[in-house]
Design a protein around this ligand. Structure first.
Ligand SMILES: [Zn+2]
Length: 109
């Protein structure tokens, strides 16, 4: 019954990922939806946004599922303006979050 074992494993992983509480108060996802950013928000984005650790298991983006493309941690080092949000499960450009309120997941700079 190899198939059954495999499906149980998937179910277990789903339970694990959905039951995990999101506690990153400095996640940039908390800020992107705000219509007005105060100084604290701005400072947080520029100096202290939440950053996933190198072991972080990034989800495969819905639009990239066919290619299996995942967010890569090295991008955070290559692109200083890039910020990953666990809440939004996506990457954001810090500058767009701060200065262009139309920016967001998948938008072009
Ligand atoms: Zn941008």
């Amino acid at each position: 019954m190899a198939f059954q074992a495999a499906s149980e494993e998937v179910e277990h992983q789903l339970l694990q990922s959905t039951s995990k509480p999101i506690t990153n108060i400095n996640d940039i996802g908390n800020i992107v939806d705000k219509s007005f950013l105060n100084d604290t928000d701005t400072k947080l984005v520029l100096t202290n946004p939440w950053v996933p650790d190198t072991k972080y298991n990034f989800p495969i983006f819905e639009c990239n599922k066919k290619r299996g493309l995942k967010f890569q941690h090295k991008w955070l080092h290559e692109f200083k303006w890039l910020c990953y949000s666990e809440i939004k499960s996506g990457a954001f450009c810090k500058h767009c979050v701060l200065f262009a309120k139309s920016g967001g997941v998948g938008s072009q700079c």
